[in-house]
Design a protein around this ligand. Structure first.
Ligand SMILES: Cc1cc2nc3c(=O)[nH]c(=O)nc-3n(C[C@H](O)[C@H](O)[C@H](O)COP(=O)(O)OP(=O)(O)OC[C@H]3O[C@@H](n4cnc5c(N)ncnc54)[C@H](O)[C@@H]3O)c2cc1C
Ligand SMILES: NC(=O)c1ccc[n+]([C@@H]2O[C@H](COP(=O)([O-])OP(=O)(O)OC[C@H]3O[C@@H](n4cnc5c(N)ncnc54)[C@H](O)[C@@H]3O)[C@@H](O)[C@H]2O)c1
Length: 472
């Protein structure tokens, strides 16, 4: 057993852990990073990267459906699943060097590839190493949650960890769960040629503004995805190579494959949290506003911290921990300005308060601005006019924004900046956006705040007339 002393020990080399490690070591701290699986964690290997690569392949497969309207006829797509899989793996491989053991060792991080567990409040064992650290960061991520559905454990179901190794394109993919994983994969597999049925116990994309989610769901249904809402899967059965799902309503569905996308559970098992006095909640490791656990020397970040689960959130958490653990500076994590996007086509993106949340908080003082993408010249030229921007404004400042449409994930960045910098709606309206871009949608929706104030205002009209009379 080798004993190691270090300033900072990080458990988990995914989005959050790698960001802390890179920042801390380059600022002069001694850093040990322990990873039991693949460097890069979920996002690189089983999450964001493969899913977005698959979505990109699916867009190519869908191109012939759209091109005719432009006067360009493409042959119907022929999908070669093994080459689609190669594309997904190549994408991972191209990004992997940035997250690799070699790169981090090159930066001066000591990387240990083993499962880590606490043996005391300050000590962690990993393989043949016993590590004592001044501060410890838990960045252990999450795993697919498997719902308590009778018979499910005896079915050869897929999760986001096994989906990318599929040997063939499913003929009929059943998806349990209509959250972001379920809906992104539903559209991608449908576009690649599979029949797809999503079963959602509540509302599909249930965390999103219902009006905005409906635009996405209508679009997916239009492409042939079957989405059953308010239907719980109650039991599952393997029938030879087929899988049968029984629903609460008594309906029975049969498919060739089943993807379980029913939420996540934090990776806390086998970490020895009790030995270190670290408490957990139902969703993850208990943390305070500064991301400290119930053991003051230990922080938890990213998916393991049990809040929102996004790569950019894990990266943001990393910055908070560096401030606090390296420099002892006060730092608090907030989620108000953290955006999210679901990469269906059209995309659905959000930051800040939803309309319902903003109404609850501000009542009649809330103004909701709306601008449809169908009036955006670029969207018209590209025939991608499905969508809408909605901005919640209180006393002249945006407090939330939701966008559905092409590139919504990119467009929402303007509002993420507006919220974090506490920018006024007038400043967004005053921005000059290049023509013709989808980004003009943001300027127009902000500008609509002033339409009634300027164009339907008697005083403004009277002043204009007076000034015009007086001008030489
Ligand atoms: C299909 C899918 C698509 C997604 N798409 C997006 C997206 O488009 N955009 C987005 O922002 N987010 C997306 N996410 C979410 C994103 O992947 C996660 O929020 C992000 O990876 C969390 O980072 P993390 O550092 O907390 O955990 P991870 O990246 O999962 O890293 C945790 C690491 O800790 C290691 N580990 C765990 N326990 C131990 C232990 N005891 N000892 C040693 N090592 C350990 C694990 O092996 C893992 O490598 C997606 C997720 C999924 C599943
Ligand atoms: N674009 C992105 O940023 C992106 C993409 C994918 C995933 N993610 C992250 O990964 C996390 C997990 O995604 P997810 O889609 O697995 O989880 P989720 O919790 O968002 O959705 C799971 C859905 O499954 C349903 N469900 C659970 N049990 C059921 C049952 N027995 N029958 C029918 N429906 C059932 C739930 O009602 C829920 O709507 C997300 O919260 C998100 O943070 C992000």
């Amino acid at each position: 057993m080798e004993s190691i002393k270090t300033d900072l020990l990080i458990i988990g080399a995914g989005s959050g852990g790698l960001s802390v490690a890179a920042g801390a070591v380059q600022m002069g701290a001694s850093v040990v990073l322990v990873e039991r699986g693949e460097m890069g964690g979920d996002c690189l290997n089983y999450g964001c990267v493969p899913s977005k690569a698959l979505i990109a392949a699916a867009s190519q497969a869908h191109a012939p459906e759209l091109s005719g309207a432009f006067g360009v006829d493409l042959d119907p797509a022929r999908v070669d699943w093994s080459r689609v899989r190669d594309h997904v793996q190549e994408t991972i491989a191209r990004i992997a060097p940035v997250d690799s053991q070699e790169r981090f060792e090159g930066l001066g991080v000591r990387v240990i590839r083993a499962h880590a567990r606490f043996v005391s409040e300050r000590e962690v064992e990993a393989g043949h190493h016993r590590i004592i650290a001044r501060r410890i960061v838990l960045a252990t991520g999450s795993s697919p949650a498997v719902p308590p559905v009778s018979g499910l454990k005896d079915v050869s179901y897929l999760t986001n960890e096994t989906l990318w190794d599929l040997q063939e394109l499913p003929s009929h993919l059943l998806i349990l769960g209509g959250g972001p994983i379920g809906m992104e994969m539903a559209q991608a597999f449908r576009r690649l040629g599979a029949q797809v049925t999503v079963v959602e116990g509540a509302r599909a994309l249930g965390r999103e503004d219902p009006e905005m989610a409906a635009i996405v769901l209508d679009h997916l249904r239009g492409e042939g995805v079957t989405i059953l809402e308010g239907e719980m899967v109650t039991s599952a059965r393997q029938d030879g190579s087929a899988i049968e799902l029984r629903l609460g309503s008594g309906k029975v569905l049969t498919g060739s494959h089943l993807l379980v996308a029913a939420g996540r559970m934090p990776n806390t098992e086998g970490l020895g949290l009790a030995e270190a006095g670290i408490e957990t909640t139902k969703t993850g490791i208990r943390v305070d506003a500064g991301l400290r656990t119930t053991n003051r020397r230990v922080y938890a970040i990213g998916d393991a911290a049990g809040g929102l689960q996004f790569t950019h959130l894990a990266g943001y958490h990393a910055g908070i921990v560096i401030r606090s653990a390296l420099f002892g500076l006060p730092a608090k994590a907030s989620t108000y300005h953290v955006p999210r996007a679901t990469y269906t086509r059209p995309e659905l993106a959000h930051v800040g308060l939803t309309e319902v949340e903003a109404r609850q908080r501000y009542g009649d003082r809330l103004e909701v601005l709306r601008e449809a993408l169908q009036h955006n010249d670029r969207a018209i030229a590209e025939r991608e006019t499905a969508g809408l921007a909605k901005v919640m404004v209180h006393r002249g400042r945006p407090v939330g924004a939701t966008i559905v449409g092409s590139q919504a994930g990119d467009l929402v960045s303007t509002w993420a900046l507006a919220l974090s910098a506490k920018v006024k709606i007038a400043q967004v309206a005053g921005m000059v956006a290049p023509y013709p871009t989808l980004g003009e949608l943001n300027k127009r929706v902000a500008g609509s705040y002033f339409t009634p104030r300027l164009f339907e205002n008697r005083t403004v009209k009277a002043v204009t007339r007076t000034v015009q009379r007086l001008l030489p």
